[in-house]
Design a protein around this ligand. Structure first.
Ligand code: NAD
Length: 306
């Protein structure tokens, strides 16, 4: 397969590129390095430093003979989407359409989209949440990420472009951003390795479906060949922020009380995605336990500090 990965210098995208290269695929990456890092780039993948909204996309798709596109590039910060919804929509909606237009013009067969399961739903009624749960985003980011699914359905209807949209939960693992709006696992690990006390917002009983990046990558690679439509990619297990912190404390061998901050406005109380459709439709299942994944992630941040 000849595969184009957008966002291939980012957290999930770079792990994905490593796996595709390892499997012997020919891979090219488009990334504007807005949050992605050059250090994450796989040297065996061709790299184009480019915005998905730029005209340069035309030549890359025209000359690349790509059969498959995996679209991970996005403005990923919820707070940024609230401050600047135009930028968020330009990147996530218009950029995706620009990509889709060039895919259909230049013969791409299949398009795999990295979507967000939690951001599109708001507070969830029936847990774990199925793909059929009503859409009710709480942020411009949730709207922009979800909107692309409508374009995927239309491009499929009008131009026969096969697609899969993978709805990710809270993905964690090495290379995740540990700054202000990064993932909670990365932030906690970074604080603990630096002997700083992490902040737990509210009572810490809010829950998330923490899924290790390697499992998400496996599902995304499988979706290159299987499935059609939307799939939750998740563990289907709820873990509270307090439980997560306890596990990381144990792994770190440290004894540090967290700081308790105010509950964050608009934060979901519980979020967990039902993965049964992906287990049946893609033949995928998560294999990395939370304990194992947290250990791998903590070790990465610990090594990086040295
Ligand atoms: N990490 C999670 O928990 C999670 C959860 C749900 C969905 N997702 C989705 O997964 C995808 C990857 O997220 P991530 O966590 O790896 O974030 P990330 O910020 O590490 O990766 C996004 C990458 O896209 C690039 N990018 C952003 N805008 C671009 C543009 N306009 N043109 C070209 N490149 C651009 C960035 O430089 C970065 O390398 C995103 O689409 C995100 O919405 C992530």
């Amino acid at each position: 397969m000849k595969i184009l990965v957008t966002g291939g210098a980012g957290f999930i995208g770079s792990h994905l590129v490593d796996e595709l290269v390892e499997k012997g695929h020919e891979v090219a990456v488009i990334d504007n390095l807005s949050t992605g890092k050059k250090d994450n780039l796989n040297p065996n993948a061709e790299f184009h430093e480019l915005d998905i909204n730029s005209d340069g996309i035309v030549d890359i798709l025209k000359n690349g003979n790509f059969t498959h596109v995996i679209h991970q590039a996005a403005q990923v910060r919820v707070t940024r989407s609230l401050e600047d919804p135009v930028l968020d929509a330009t990147s996530n909606i218009v950029g995706s359409i620009n990509l889709l237009e060039n895919c259909r013009r230049y013969g791409v067969e299949r398009f795999v989209y990295g979507n967000s399961g939690g951001a599109m739903s708001g507070n969830q009624d029936n847990l774990p949440m199925k793909e059929s749960h009503p859409v009710s985003p709480e942020s411009p980011y949730g709207v922009s990420k979800h909107t692309v699914e409508h374009y995927l359905a239309i491009y499929n209807k009008l131009y026969n472009l096969d697609y899969v949209s993978l709805r990710y939960p809270n993905v964690y693992g090495p290379r995740q951003d540990s700054s202000g709006e990064g993932g909670v696992v990365a932030i906690f690990c970074n604080k603990l390795v630096n002997d700083e006390r992490p902040v737990i917002f509210g009572d810490g009983e809010q829950t998330r479906d923490f899924t290790y990046v390697k499992d998400v990558v496996n599902a995304t690679v499988m979706a290159l060949e299987k499935g059609s439509g939307e799939f939750n990619i998740s563990t289907s297990r709820e873990t509270s922020v307090n439980e997560l912190y306890e596990k990381l404390l144990e792994i770190s061998g440290k004894n540090m009380e967290p700081v308790h901050g105010n509950e964050r406005e608009g934060e979901l109380r519980r979020s967990v995605l039902d993965n049964s459709k992906a287990m049946e439709g893609l033949g995928w299942e998560p294999i990395v336990s939370l304990d194992e994944g947290l250990k791998l992630t903590f070790d990465y941040f610990n090594r990086r500090k040295e």
